[in-house]
Write a protein that binds this ligand. Structure first.
Ligand code: ASP
Length: 306
């Protein structure tokens, strides 16, 4: 059977004026590395769950994206990382919100999934679980980059506040393995200047991350508040499962709902029969896809070949 892998590194106001040549080249290289890593797992007969985790780890370690190293700062200048992973075979899931010290938040989400007692851990408890599992730890010296410090200073100089059209740098992956199982993983620093323990869609199962072998796997990026209200991941999967819509039709319809409420962003989708889709209502989305049969693509801007 064929395998497929689709990844994203965030959507938003991405055009050649907003994306520096260094960011363009660096992000494409990062997407390519993540595709290679995830593809190798799948080509070697590995599972979709391992492939999405492996691909997201690469993007978390890459400072060009808003997750792990390169995550954005909160209002108080701290880092609070959110991530989730879900297995379409059993709908087992692991999620973490406001983790502060785990080098790879997706690895923490995976440890929660594997542990099996709970689905969603937050804050201090998530950090404690990570230590108990001996997961590699990191501090601001690893996570914080000069570019994020500059953006944070700009945010403070502008008096704070959110811009719904900002660049979202969340990362995610969806895959279908050679046995026809799907999985999804997503990881983010959230939005710059987030406050009061704000949690976006990314770690919420059914919103930013969802996987069900009966339908598809979904990973989102965008204005999390709107993606939460629409329940984007579950909504796309429900349309596919109950109405028999294609992945693309379902993704486009649900993104239109997000837009109708005032939200922006994008989604990537993989189905158990080898179908793949992506969509975004922003100027661009860092994205890539590969499969055992089709061609491999890495793109950023809307006008690049699909
Ligand atoms: N969806 C993420 C959040 O709201 C942000 C992003 O996609 O970059 O936390």
């Amino acid at each position: 059977m064929t395998w497929t892998l689709v990844i994203h590194g965030g959507a938003g106001k991405l055009d050649s004026e907003m994306v520096s040549p260094e960011q363009d080249t660096g992000a494409r290289a990062g997407l390519s590395r993540a595709l290679n890593t995830g593809s190798k797992v799948l080509a070697d007969g590995g599972g979709a769950l391992d492939a999405v985790e492996a691909a997201v780890r690469v993007l978390e370690d890459d400072p060009h994206f808003n997750s792990g190293r390169g995550a954005v700062f909160t209002h108080d200048g701290t880092l609070e990382l959110d991530a989730a992973i879900m297995d379409g075979r059993t709908r087992a899931a692991g999620a973490v919100a406001a983790a502060t010290a785990t080098r790879n938040p997706v690895g923490l989400a995976r440890a929660i999934l594997d542990d099996g007692h709970h689905v969603f851990l937050a804050g201090k408890g998530a950090d404690a679980f990570s230590l108990e599992r001996d997961l590699p730890q990191a501090d601001a010296a690893w996570f914080a980059t000069d570019e994020r410090r500059r953006q944070f200073a700009e945010f403070q100089a502008n008096g704070g506040g959110f811009d719904v059209d900002m660049k979202y740098g969340t990362v995610g992956a969806v895959a279908c393995d050679t046995l026809g199982h799907v999985a999804a993983a997503t990881s983010t620093g959230g939005v710059t200047g987030k406050r009061w323990g704000r949690i976006g869609d990314t770690p919420v199962i059914g919103a930013g991350t969802f996987a069900d072998d009966r339908a598809c796997a979904v990973s989102c990026t965008g204005s999390g508040e709107f993606f939460l209200r629409v329940g984007v991941g579950h909504e796309i999967a429900a349309r596919v499962r109950l109405s028999g819509e294609s992945l693309q039709v379902a993704a486009d319809a649900v993104l239109a709902e997000v837009k109708a409420l005032g939200g922006t962003g994008g989604v990537i989708v993989a189905g158990p029969d080898g179908d793949m889709a992506w969509g975004f209502n922003t100027v661009g989305m860092y994205r890539g896809r590969a499969s055992s049969v089709g061609s491999r693509t890495v793109a950023i801007y809307a006008n690049e070949p699909a």
